[in-house]
Design a protein around this ligand. Structure first.
Ligand SMILES: [Fe+2]
Length: 166
């Protein structure tokens, strides 16, 4: 018979991680919709690409938990998109959310890696992914700051997003 290989506290941490990933999946859809409304079609495409990535992260957690005998509870998710009024707002929101999740995975690693070495190995992907996302949005925020007097900065950044979207 299949056994549950991780304890309840660890399952809860995975359920919170799932909630983060699904929230990000949904957040990027919301950012894409808002960017489309504002006419930033590069950012719209990029955020849709990101949203699809987040769904794969969610699925990785489901698959990992299945390997260790766990069927997790899924959260209900809501997103408030009315706080976004500009391209820069959307980047700030993406940056802050990705940073929160980097911190979450750092804590999870610290708390679970000794007892479950397979979780340490598994979380490396998520730590790398979060670092890269924080680095990317941080670079975009730097562009906004350095080019603050450039009247075309929104279009320059939207074009950059367009090139990176898949
Ligand atoms: Fe993610």
């Amino acid at each position: 018979m299949k056994r549950i290989l991780i304890n309840d506290g660890c399952i809860k941490k995975f359920e919170t991680a799932i909630e983060f990933e699904l929230s990000h999946f949904y957040m990027y859809k919301s950012l894409a919709n808002k960017m489309q409304e504002l006419g930033y079609f590069g950012a719209k495409d990029y955020y849709l690409t990101e949203s699809a990535e987040e769904e794969t992260h969610y699925q990785k957690h489901i698959d990992f938990l299945n390997d260790v005998g766990v069927l997790p509870k899924l959260p209900s998710i809501t997103v408030d998109s009315n706080v976004i009024q500009s391209l820069k707002d959307s980047v700030i929101i993406a940056y802050e959310n990705e940073l929160d999740l980097l911190k979450y995975y750092r804590d999870m690693y610290r708390e679970e890696a000794m007892e479950y070495p397979e979780i340490a190995s598994y979380l490396n992907f998520f730590l790398d992914t979060q670092r890269e996302a924080v680095g990317f949005y941080g670079d975009i925020l730097s562009m906004f700051d350095i080019e603050a007097s450039n009247p075309n900065i929104n279009m320059v950044i939207d074009h950059k997003f367009k090139k990176l979207a898949k």
